[in-house]
Design a protein. Structure first.
Length: 181
């Protein structure tokens, strides 16, 4: 059974031609502000092949909530995929998604909820990590340290507390003691 898409007549469309056509569709959709169609086209490319441009562009749509529901974890997963395919900027945007995810509603989250949010993030974005708890603590520590460096001590304390209490992270515990002093 022939599963290839047929462009004209009986000649099957090659995967390369399908990807090119999907990128054209995505460009046209973006120019028309039809973000949903662009997201669908990029997702279709990714079903055919790993592709740095499709991963990066679809991640951008998820991070901004354009054409898809805003989802910082999915955006980070796709940025991470683009990073692994060679886009260094995507790695920085993956980290920004991590910050945005933790910060979203931080004032209303308990330390347990903050820790759980980061644990889910790590499991989806860094599934290859040998020690998921350690990666979760590293992520929380990075977010807390960024807040600390910006002078946002209340936010830093909340995130350090999540890592200290639920991840048994000694470095976070020490920083938390300094902030509480």
């Amino acid at each position: 059974m022939d599963t290839h898409v047929h462009a004209h007549g009986d000649k099957p469309m090659s995967p390369e031609d399908a990807v090119r056509s999907l990128f054209v569709l995505a460009e046209v959709a973006l120019k028309a502000n039809d973000y949903e169609s662009a997201a669908t086209a990029y997702a279709s490319v990714l079903q055919i092949e790993q592709n740095v441009v499709a991963s990066y562009n679809l991640a951008s749509l998820y991070a901004r909530g354009l054409g898809v529901r805003r989802d910082f974890t999915e955006a980070a997963r796709l940025f991470r995929q683009a990073e692994l395919l060679g886009n260094e900027r995507a790695g920085k945007l993956c980290q920004k998604c991590m910050m945005d995810l933790v910060d979203d509603g931080l004032d209303d989250k308990t330390p347990a909820e903050t820790y759980a949010t980061m644990a889910v993030f790590v499991s989806k974005v860094y599934p290859e990590a040998d020690d998921q708890r350690l990666e979760t603590n590293r992520g929380l520590f990075a977010v807390a340290a960024t807040h600390h460096d910006k002078g946002e001590l209340d936010k830093a304390a909340k995130v350090f507390r999540a890592a200290a209490e639920y991840g048994n992270d000694e470095d976070s515990r020490r920083y938390l003691e300094l902030l509480d002093a």
